[in-house]
Design a protein around this ligand. Structure first.
Ligand code: ATP
Ligand code: MG
Length: 570
């Protein structure tokens, strides 16, 4: 969190982060003839998450700020794990975040033919060979960090033999895993990635775009640099774990004499109380720990969207965390802080009662209904006002009443007076109980002279409660979400356990008998509101018109603001 703060300071004082500094310097020196071309290269084997959003905002943001362009490119070189469903969701999510790639939508698989030609070129140069070692043998021959590798017995095949075998690999003459094409670099290289890395493997599997056209598929390191090169990318920005793949990225492009972008690495985003690995997210979905990729507790973009996050909040978060070279973990409180800031500015206020307690105003006429004027958003005068019906029978929040209030409880209690928001002062005169002693109904009196404001005689109340009119209220379901994991670092587990052991059993609470004000009838799916005094909520896409469902996006408590204040004071 310290880093996030520091980065923000840098940026707010106008200093560029280290990647933007490189791009800016390259523009000054004319290194790329004034071009800035970045790309966001997801593999379509899962849904995008908030970590990807960091990379998306970085790549698209740089392109936008420096007058360049950013490609959306699917790195779809692994047919076994990839699906069209993921392609579609990725396109939807990047667009929802507000970025635009124009006509620059690309697929690595569209370059398979070119990649093949490049591979033939390396073979002809004597820089690649077909190897018959199986996966296990290949691993054994590679050696370790402390022990050099051994040359494959197939390393000295002639160019002709390699060309012939590679062509026959492509034609499908050999079974899966029986042969590979490998770069001929150095089996004693201190960097293991340089020990004759595999470029192609045989996989007889259908690809979601190329069908059965290919049965050899390029490995990541071989494919990725070529994709960047073919698209004439200038700055190939990736996460830190690729730092020691860079020599290989450079080696391939140098040996081919191909256009050669600059690879730059930055630290990936980690966030407290959640996991970010696609493998783990997939497990949560498959094991039914969540309702799907878009479960509002998921750190996926579609999950955040369904939870009620706005693209603006996510982009602001990405801006504040900045980029650097050191892996760290950002507190989820910062993400929620950015969210609250945005929602506070933009969400209409409404009244909703989550755990209703009936209130009868004894001195209010039975059939009388009046409409009170309520402010839609005090932060945004243009949002205007709306009418809220008031009548003799209301609901208030169960926890806003206590029969025997402790010292600091200022809300309703027997004999006590409070204000009903936008309405009147009411005083509790009786609490009705059922046979078990549970309070089922309150009786109050109201003071007609206090409508919409203060008492003319100057008497004060210590609390203002939200409420809804019983006969006008809409029944609603409200889903309260909490962190998906109980630990800041869900991967912190005891012997033999795994991250699933840290799942929060209370991450979802469903309230089925909520009452919300009538203006919420037909709320657009994904529209966001502040339920006064309760938090921010968003209409779930599964809502029915007569019975809406709301997801709690976030409470009103801003722990980040508190942390920041404490830091300033300390
Ligand atoms: P994997 O490669 O294990 O399937 P991945 O999360 O790296 O998972 P990609 O589809 O390769 O998935 O990611 C696309 C881009 O997003 C890459 O450039 C990657 O570096 C970046 N990215 C992924 N996770 C993060 C993260 N947590 N923070 C920042 N960038 C990320
Ligand atoms: Mg990756």
């Amino acid at each position: 969190m310290d880093n996030a703060n520091k980065n923000r300071k840098n940026e707010d004082s106008g200093r560029l982060d280290f990647i933007r500094a490189i791009v800016s310097e390259d523009l000054r020196t004319g290194k790329w003839d004034g071009r800035v071309v970045t790309r966001f290269p997801p593999e379509p084997n899962g849904y995008l998450h908030i970590g990807h959003a960091k990379s998306i905002c970085l790549n698209f943001g740089i392109a936008a700020e420096f007058g360049g362009r950013c490609h959306l490119r699917f790195d779809d070189t692994n047919p076994e794990k990839e699906e069209q469903e993921y392609v579609d969701s990725i396109i939807e999510d990047v667009r929802w975040l507000g970025w635009d790639w124009g006509e620059h939508l690309y697929f690595g698989s569209d370059y398979f033919e070119k990649m093949y030609e490049y591979a033939v070129r390396l073979i002809e140069k004597g820089k690649a060979y077909v190897c018959d070692l199986n996966a296990e043998q290949t691993r054994e021959y590679r050696g370790t960090l402390t022990r050099p590798g051994k040359d494959s017995p197939y390393r000295s095949r002639t160019v002709e033999e390699n060309l012939d075998l590679f062509e026959r690999m492509r034609k499908g003459e050999f079974p899966d895993g029986s042969r590979t094409l490998r770069a001929k670099i150095d089996m004693a290289h201190p960097n293991l990635n340089m020990r004759d890395p595999v470029m192609y493997r045989i996989v007889h599997a259908d690809h979601h775009r190329t069908g059965d056209k290919w049965c050899i598929y390029p490995m990541y390191d071989w494919a990725h640099g070529l994709e960047d090169s073919i698209e004439q990318v200038t700055h190939s920005i990736c996460t830190l774990e690729f730092e020691n793949h860079r020599p290989l990225y450079d080696w391939f492009l140098d040996e081919l004499g191909a256009y050669h972008p600059q690879q730059i690495e930055f630290a990936r985003l980690n966030l407290t109380y959640t996991v970010m690995s696609k493998r783990k997210l997939l497990r949560l979905v498959q094991a039914g720990h969540v309702s799907g990729w878009d479960d509002p507790r998921m750190p996926t973009i579609c999950g955040l969207r369904r939870r009620g996050y706005s693209p603006q909040a996510i982009r602001e978060f990405a801006r504040r965390i900045g980029v650097n070279k050191f892996n760290s973990t950002v507190g989820i409180a910062l993400l929620e802080h950015c969210l609250r800031e945005d929602l506070n500015r933009t969400s209409p206020r409404v009244m909703a009662v989550l755990r209703p307690l009936k209130v009868v105003i004894d001195n209010y006429p039975e059939a009388k209904v009046i409409e009170l004027q309520a402010v839609n958003n005090p932060e945004d005068p243009a949002a205007g006002t709306r009418k809220v019906p008031f009548s003799r029978e209301l609901y208030i929040e169960r926890e806003d009443f206590m029969e025997e209030p402790p010292k600091k409880f200022f809300r309703l209690a027997p004999g006590r007076e409070v204000r009903l928001r936008y309405a009147y002062f009411v005083k509790c005169v009786d609490a009705v109980k059922d046979a078990d002693g549970n309070i089922v109904e309150l009786h109050c009196t109201y003071d007609p002279a206090t409508r919409g404001g203060d008492a003319p005689d100057g008497r004060k109340v210590k609390a203002t409660l939200h409420w809804v009119s019983a006969q006008h209220a809409l029944d609603a379901e409200v889903r309260l979400y909490d962190n998906l994991f109980t630990k800041e670092n869900p991967d912190e587990v005891g012997d033999g356990g795994d991250f699933a052991a840290n799942l929060n059993p209370n991450s979802l609470e469903v309230l089925k008998s909520c009452k919300v004000e009538p203006s919420l009838a037909g709320a657009e799916p994904l529209s966001r509101f502040q339920f006064e005094r309760l938090g921010y909520f968003c209409a779930d896409p599964d809502s029915a018109k007569e019975r809406p469902i709301f997801n709690r996006t976030v409470t009103l408590r801003d722990t980040w603001a508190r942390i920041q204040k404490a830091q300033e004071l300390g």
